[in-house]
Design a protein around this ligand. Structure first.
Ligand code: MN
Length: 401
């Protein structure tokens, strides 16, 4: 029997909302996964990519990653990674954080991330496809790469039908001309361990090998929470005959969210009743008030939320007001986070544009030396209508207000 843990999208080093507590959440989720691997005495941990949030992690991020992988290596547990778009180097000559782990003897990953890579283990093969090699999934039969009978595919790839099902993204908005679908995967794997889509998804038809996205290990934004309010890794068992079973393990360290929507009365009643769940972290609270909200009521809601935060009951909060016919307004506490400042500056842009812009600008400002990030920012400005006008207006109005 061969047993492994399948994890993906741990995004080590991410710092949503600009809060160090949030950065720590991602390290703690990763440690929880390694704890389970050791406790369950698995043979390997398969990471389907986006292990790191950036291709140039901070020293602290390396320290957390290396500390955990040393524990795995000490117990003889193999760690195999299919590098994702977040950690692949923006220029080949830069190297990648995964390469650092390989050089330390703590990870197996493709030497050439542009090609499929085979890791032979006792009785089975793991065929690894980094993001750059993911199109080979539809072109290469795994039987031509290995003689093992039992084959596990480990890939960082967006299967567009999975994305449509998991997150409702229409097929025509996914993948462009090289759109990949689950039906295009060539050859037969006994288990396909996937990463990239942050919402958990599994494809299990009798007689066919399971294809699984465990999803991210912590929420990068409220959208991820709305789509699925739990985070998972998979414990997978195979034997000489192939796939035996896969079990979802719920990650226990994940920070709770409280997402409240409704009229003023309903919302304020719920806010009054917020308590910190015993034994868990301080929740993040997102409130949406539907309908009119006068200044006095808004101030009283914000005062209550600020007090909860001040008392350490909640970590962070955000108040949205959606009035019919009016642009959506967002109120965040007076923290000095980059995201909250951008939210405020761009609050008059439409919701979709504001969300995209905050994300783009945050990435840009956090990775200003990264040419690929800069060029993808410029491309987004060209392709997505309204972004430039929104920035222009925000700056003109923002500074004259
Ligand atoms: Mn990811």
């Amino acid at each position: 029997m061969f047993r492994f843990i399948h994890v993906s999208d741990t995004h080590l080093g991410a710092r949503p909302l600009g809060l160090v507590e949030r950065e720590r959440d991602f390290y703690e989720a990763f440690k929880w996964v390694i704890d389970r691997a050791l406790e369950l005495r698995v043979d390997a941990v398969l990471h389907a990519g986006d292990m790191f949030h950036s291709s140039t992690p901070r020293p602290l991020t390396y320290i957390y990653a290396i500390r955990e992988l040393r524990r795995l290596a000490g117990a003889g547990v193999r760690f195999i990674v299919a590098p994702g778009n977040h950690e692949l180097p923006k220029a080949e000559a830069l190297g990648s954080p995964i390469r650092v782990l390989e050089d330390l003897g703590l990870a197996h990953a493709p030497r050439d991330p542009g090609r499929p890579h085979v890791v032979e283990l006792e009785g089975l093969s793991v065929i690894v496809f980094s993001e750059w090699a993911s199109e080979y999934l539809s072109r290469v039969d795994p039987a031509s790469l290995t003689r093992s009978r039992v084959k596990v595919g480990l890939a960082h790839v967006t299967l567009c039908d999975a994305l449509a099902e998991a997150e409702g993204v229409p097929l025509e908005r996914c993948g462009g001309p090289r759109r990949m679908l689950s039906s295009m995967v060539k050859g037969s794997y006994n288990y396909l361990a996937l990463g990239d889509i942050h919402t958990p998804w599994e494809h299990r038809v009798p007689g066919a090998p399971p294809m699984v996205y465990p999803g991210s290990t912590e929420y990068l934004d409220v959208g991820e929470y709305r789509r699925n309010s739990s985070r998972y890794v998979y414990l997978v068992e195979l034997d000489d005959g192939g796939f035996v079973r896969a079990e979802r393990l719920k990650i226990e360290t994940v920070r709770p969210w409280i997402v409240v929507e409704g009229g003023y009365q309903e919302v304020s009643r719920i806010i009054e009743s917020i308590k910190r769940p015993p034994g868990s972290k301080e929740p993040i609270v997102y409130v949406t008030v539907k309908g009119t909200l006068d200044q006095a009521r808004r101030r009283s809601l914000m005062a209550r939320l600020d007090a909860l935060r001040g008392d350490g009951v909640i970590l962070h909060h955000k108040l949205d007001v959606e009035e019919r016919g009016e642009p959506r307004r967002v109120y965040t506490p007076q923290t000095l986070s980059l995201e909250s400042m951008l939210e405020k500056l761009l609050e008059r842009c439409g919701e979709g544009i504001r969300r995209d812009l905050v994300q783009l600008l945050t990435t840009l400002l956090n990775n200003s030396g990264d040419r690929a990030v800069v060029s993808s920012f410029v491309r987004a400005l060209e392709e997505r209508g309204g972004l430039v006008e929104c920035i222009d207006r925000a700056f003109r109005e923002g500074f004259s207000r």
